[in-house]
Ligand binder design. Structure first.
Ligand code: CA
Ligand code: CA
Length: 159
């Protein structure tokens, strides 16, 4: 299925050229080695992460950089729903945001002005699609679920 494949602009031309692409299970969207599941059901942050783990052993999305962020922004724009959980929280140290999947401190963030600061009751992060920025919000809020897992990478030899 062509629509399940995204070609990635990585070419190895030592012995002929190979292009690498990501394949995902049905219903998952491939991009740069990852697969994403947009699940339109409202649940708390903890339930959302649990849902991801039960599906392909994924996690709430870990947004590494501006390219991944902008890809997700485009896809979220296709939905009417306003808020999606992302796998980021500052439960340990107020204002220090860590990713759920590897417990690393986020080096790239895209919080709205006024969000992402030391708000002690708002320890989980979500992407808001109206102006697509991240917000901090109570973890008990019920929002939609965005999961990410590693895709299956394949290469095809061109030359
Ligand atoms: Ca990612
Ligand atoms: Ca907080």
């Amino acid at each position: 299925m062509w629509n399940n494949r995204v070609f990635i602009a990585v070419f190895v031309c030592l012995s002929g050229c190979a292009s690498f692409y990501t394949t995902c299970k049905d219903g998952w969207l491939p991009f740069r080695g990852s697969c994403y599941l947009f699940h339109v059901e409202a649940m708390t942050f903890t339930s959302a992460e649990q849902y991801c783990r039960q599906h392909e052993n994924s996690h709430l999305v870990h947004i590494d950089d501006a390219i991944e962020n902008s890809f997700l922004k485009d896809r979220m724009g296709l939905f009417k729903d306003r808020y999606w959980w992302i796998g980021l929280r500052d439960e340990d140290i107020e204002g220090v945001w860590k990713w759920l999947d590897d417990d690393e401190i986020a080096t790239f963030t895209d919080f709205k002005p006024g969000d992402g600061g030391p708000h002690s009751t708002e320890d989980c992060a979500a992407a808001e699609i109206s102006d697509y920025r991240w917000v901090d919000i109570e973890c008990s809020a019920t929002l939609h679920v965005l999961c990410e897992t590693r895709g299956h990478e394949e290469s095809s030899v061109i030359g």
